[in-house]
Each structure stands twice: as structure tokens, then as C-alpha cells.
Design a protein around this ligand. Structure first.
Ligand code: PLP
Length: 386
């Protein structure tokens, strides 16, 4: 009997080590990992460069708390600022915490402007922003809210992609609009670049903030550093996590100076957030992702994955109903519950992630190669033919 909470439906499978896009199970099996810890292992498993950075930092200093200056955090923050719209950064240990900080930053900004009643954040159906009390309210998924007391207020939700509904929802309480440019958990739903641009325009017209949750779709996954770049827009606040630590717990909330300056001493904090260990790893991950041609590789592999999945859909039209996604954040809608197909693929030693709407997610490490994708498609064909 496991002493762990029963809140996860775990597969009866555990791993001993990993290397690149491969995982090796305790019983000696070799698996192709197209789940990557749910878009976390951006560089695959045991990337030698990141491992070295972690070991070097581990022998020097792990944690000092935010009572002190942390050079590794200063460095990583400056690099994130240099590669994004942002002017300042708050480090967290997880995605949900990064969203919490984004919510607090937006609300505090309007409070500082003498508009404390402007605290509402408009969200979209299908959203997922984490599992804290604040982020389940923002996500609005009833299944995640049920049984946990009153839903935190201030998160009106409108149908995904419905611009008129957004317009209708904006009032003198509205502080911001929050969305994932590509929804992950609900089934790889890509918001169009037109829609993202229209939201930016709406925010500017109404003096409200655009908050992006790029926890899953950001950090190179779509072939650009951040997914918002495809739309040629910039948010005011953005949450990052998952790929940013490559497997080490790390998240970040990025903001413009104008908005982030409201978070003065005492307004927020985290014991671990941005500690030397996490930021040393974060810097090493960013070194790798910033290498010449890295993002081009992601884009190329993304196109190849998408093409391969289209071929698969043509070969198995009854099984694969739709191909979705951008870059290495791809999904197929299938004709069976996602969980069942995930298990069948696991039997073929291919690891993928389920999502809502009967969608299977492919979130391979960004270092994936064509032959890995071929192999994954091969294993899918086997599963469909079985
Ligand atoms: C994973 C995820 C989160 C939550 O991140 P945690 O690290 O699990 O708290 C929030 N938003 C999106 C889009 C995610 O994919």
C-alpha cells in the first residue's frame, strides 16, 4: 500500500534513469518519452551541460533565502528581461505560484492607481492555470473546484475565442485578461494570432492588462522563445514554469516596469523562490536554449511532427480525428478516451500525455530528432493496428 495521497491515477511503471528522449524503467525497459514530464524536460533527461551546472552549484551553495542578494537569480532575471517584453521578474517554484504572482501583480497595480475595485481578471473556458485555490478559480474548471469551499472571486469566464464575449465582460472592475496562447490541459487549443492581437488592442483601449500563461507553451516549445512572438504582440505580465527549469522546480512571473513596480517590499514573497540552486540550473537551461540554431531546430521538428501526425491521420482516419498544435506542442483528437490510448501507447513503450477533449498530447524534449519522431509514429501505428 502506498503512503502517498491517492490524488493521481498513476501508471504502474517507474523509471530508474533517463538519457535524452529515452527513459529506462526499473525493470529494464526502454521508453521513448514524448511527454517530457509534461513539457518540463525541455532538454530531455540528464543533459550533461545542465547536470554539470547543477553539480557545480550543489557543491557551492543551495539556499540562502531572499533576505540576501542572489547573484544567480539576478543573472537569470536579467537574461529573461533581455529576451522578452519584460523589465522585472519574480521567481517561484511552480507554475501555479507564477500565476498567483501574476494575479497579485495585476491587482496591486490597479490598487496603486487608486482603483482597488478593479480586480477582475477575465479568463477563458478550457483554461488551466494550476491547482492552488487562486488558480483553480482562474481556471474555472468545475471538476477542480468541487469540494474546496467557495471559489475565489474575481474571475469571470467567457467562451474561448469569443471576442464579443470578452468585450461584453469588460467593465469598471476589469483589471486584466488572462490566457494561455495555446491551451494545454484542455486539449492543445491554439488561439489564433488575430485573436491575440485583438485582445492586445482591447486591453490598450480599456487600459487593462494582458496576462499570458506561457507555462506550457513558452520557453521555446513552439519554435519561438515565447508563443506571443508569433502574434507580434507583447503582454504586460507573463507566467513561466515547466521548461524553464528543465526538471528542476522553477517558475517565474515577468512584468513590465510600469506594472511590476507595484510589488514593493512586503507585498509578496517566497522562501525558496529563485534560490541559488534553482537559478544555477535555470541559467544552464537558458544557455542551452539560447544556443545558435536551437529554436530553429524546434521549429523544424515541430513541422515534421505535425506533418507526421497528418500522415498518421490519413492512414487511420477512424482513430485520429484531428491534428492540433504549434511546434513541439502537438495534439491529436482521438476516437477513444485519451487515458485508454495513453495506456496502449505506453504498452508500445511510447510515453505521451493525455488532455481534455479526447486529445493525446505530444510534448517531446526540444532536442528531439526526426528519427525519434519516426519511431513514435511507428509505435502509434502499432498501437492502432493492434
Ligand atoms: C502546468 C501548468 C500550470 C501549473 O503549473 P504547476 O507547476 O503544476 O503549478 C499552469 N498553467 C499552465 C498552462 C500549465 O501547463
Amino acid at each position: 500500500m502506498s503512503a502517498l495521497y491517492k490524488n493521481y491515477q498513476r501508471a504502474d511503471l517507474s523509471f530508474e534513469r533517463g538519457e535524452g528522449v529515452r527513459l529506462f524503467s526499473s525493470d529494464g525497459g526502454e521508453y521513448l518519452d514524448f511527454a517530457a514530464g509534461i513539457a518540463v524536460n525541455a532538454l530531455g533527461h540528464a543533459d550533461p551541460y545542465v547536470v554539470r551546472a547543477l553539480k557545480e552549484q550543489a557543491e557551492k551553495l543551495w539556499h540562502v533565502s531572499n533576505i540576501f542578494s542572489i547573484p544567480e537569480a539576478e543573472k537569470l532575471a536579467q537574461r529573461l528581461v533581455d529576451s522578452s517584453f519584460a523589465d522585472m521578474v519574480f521567481f517561484t517554484n511552480s507554475g501555479a505560484e507564477a500565476i498567483e504572482c501574476a494575479i497579485k501583480t495585476a491587482r496591486r497595480y490597479f490598487y496603486d492607481q487608486g482603483q482597488p475595485d478593479r480586480y477582475e481578471i477575465i479568463t477563458f473556458t478550457g483554461a488551466f492555470h494550476g491547482r492552488t485555490l487562486g488558480t483553480i478559480a482562474a481556471g474555472g474548471n468545475e471538476a477542480y473546484l468541487t469540494g474546496f469551499g467557495p471559489k475565489a472571486g474575481g474571475f469571470p469566464q467567457v467562451p474561448a475565442g469569443d471576442l464579443d464575449a470578452v468585450k461584453a465582460a469588460i467593465n469598471d472592475k476589469t483589471a486584466a485578461i488572462l490566457l494561455e496562447p495555446i491551451q494545454g490541459e484542455s486539449g492543445i487549443n491554439v488561439f489564433s494570432t488575430d485573436f491575440l492581437r485583438a485582445l492586445r488592442t482591447l486591453c490598450d483601449e480599456h487600459g487593462i492588462l494582458l496576462i499570458l500563461d506561457e507555462i506550457q507553451c513558452g520557453y521555446g516549445r513552439t519554435g519561438k522563445m515565447f508563443a506571443y512572438e508569433w502574434a507580434g504582440i507583447e503582454p504586460d505580465v507573463m507566467a513561466l514554469a515547466k521548461g524553464i527549469g528543465g526538471g528542476f522546480p522553477l517558475g517565474a512571473c515577468l512584468a513590465t516596469e510600469k506594472v511590476g513596480a507595484s510589488m514593493v517590499p512586503g507585498t509578496h514573497g517566497s522562501t525558496y523562490g529563485g534560490n541559488p540552486m534553482a537559478c544555477a540550473v535555470g541559467n544552464a537551461v537558458l544557455d542551452r536554449i539560447s544556443e545558435d540554431g536551437f529554436l530553429d531546430h524546434v521549429e523544424e521538428m515541430g513541422k515534421y511532427l505535425s506533418w507526421s501526425l497528418q500522415q498518421l491521420a490519413q492512414k487511420f482516419p477512424n482513430e485520429v480525428l484531428e491534428v492540433r498544435g504549434k511546434g513541439l506542442m502537438a495534439g491529436i483528437k482521438v476516437n477513444q478516451p485519451a487515458g485508454e490510448l495513453v495506456a496502449k501507447l505506453r504498452d508500445q513503450h511510447l510515453l505521451v500525455a493525455g488532455a481534455g477533449d479526447n486529445v493525446i498530447r505530444f510534448l517531446p524534449p526540444l532536442i528531439v530528432e526526426k528519427q525519434d519522431i519516426d519511431e513514435a509514429i511507428n509505435r502509434m501505428e502499432k498501437a492502432f493496428s493492434a
